[in-house]
Design a protein around this ligand. Structure first.
Ligand SMILES: C[S@@+](CC[C@H](N)C(=O)[O-])C[C@H]1O[C@@H](n2cnc3c(N)ncnc32)[C@H](O)[C@@H]1O
Length: 288
């Protein structure tokens, strides 16, 4: 693993996009203050009871989910590489009156530092657009395992790599992702909150920024589902659940997706079911 220069370019690309995303979210602080949640049922079920648990939310972005996890009783730390996302998250925490610790750091660095300091957590969580930013799954998985308490769990909910084989017409146009193959996104991180048209804004959708153009390109890494699971298993984590879902929560991969209740986005009528999202829970085995 290195690719630090690529990860730093991603930081710039995310920094540029946060304001556009924010412009669509409405009064999220008020929504959270009144007990609203940005979480979807899939991650809530996989995480289980959070009362009294310690939890690290990796790649937490704007912090809405981190604060929603805190509302469920966990003591939370949110970690993200983007300066702007962490500034937004800290402001949201203060305005919503929900305490949480937000740290700006590269996920690899933060995990290494926490492991060296012998910090341990009951849960590590990450969701919705995660592994595509990681150039090295084995190091990531090993460092997550290192900071879990024995019996602690890593919960991941992410977009399914199978979704990446389709073009906007739902034709099988691209190879299934594998090997962390780098993919340059010349247009950088886009305004996916705007194009979701309300799918990612539970506090209400605001028109906000239109025609957002990101001046910074970004770099993705294409992994298959088997590679993610194998990395976690290889780090000594026992897979206790692996779910696949034929819809994506909130995010529209293409304009023709059908929105069903619960902000679930399905392919257009006539496209046979295919997994668009997966969730897993992996436990650190308690060696005696
Ligand atoms: C699609 S977002 C994840 C969505 C997020 N869970 C949410 O609730 O909105 C991906 C996040 O990964 C972060 N990221 C990308 N590369 C990273 C890295 N190397 N270390 C830490 N965070 C990173 C980005 O800044 C971005 O906030």
């Amino acid at each position: 693993m290195d690719n630090r220069d690529l990860r730093e370019q991603n930081r710039l690309s995310w920094n540029a996009a946060v304001g556009a995303h924010d412009s669509h979210r409405g009064d999220l602080a008020g929504f959270l203050r009144e007990g609203g949640s940005t979480l979807f049922p899939e991650e809530i079920e996989l995480l289980g009871d959070l009362g009294g648990k310690t939890l690290v939310h990796l790649q937490c972005n704007y912090g809405g989910d981190t604060l929603s996890l805190a509302q469920l009783g966990a003591a939370v730390i949110g970690v993200d590489i983007s300066d702007e996302a962490i500034l937004y998250a800290r402001r949201l925490s203060a305005e919503a009156g929900i305490p949480a610790d937000f740290v700006r750091a590269d996920v690899y660095d933060w995990l290494e530092g926490a492991a060296c300091a012998e910090r341990r957590f009951d849960l590590v969580f990450s969701s919705y657009g995660i592994t595509c930013w990681l150039p090295d799954l084995e190091t990531w998985a090993r460092r997550i395992a290192a900071i879990l308490e024995p019996g602690g769990r890593f919960v991941l909910v992410d977009f399914h790599p199978a979704a990446e084989v389709f073009d906007e017409h739902w034709s099988h146009a691209h190879a299934y992702p594998s090997g962390g193959e780098p993919r340059l996104l010349r247009e950088g991180v886009g305004d996916y909150v705007g194009t979701s048209g309300g799918g990612l804004t539970p506090a209400g959708f605001v028109e906000g920024t239109s025609n957002f153009e990101n001046p910074h390109q970004s770099h993705l890494f294409r992994w298959g589902l088997g590679e993610v699971v194998t990395a976690l298993a290889g780090a000594g984590l026992r897979i206790v659940a692996l779910e696949e879902y034929p819809y994506s929560n909130g995010e529209r991969f293409s304009a023709r997706m059908r929105e069903l209740p619960g902000r679930r986005m399905f392919p257009p009528e006539g496209v046979p079911a295919v997994p668009l999202m997966y969730g897993l829970s992996a436990e650190k085995v308690n060696h005696r």
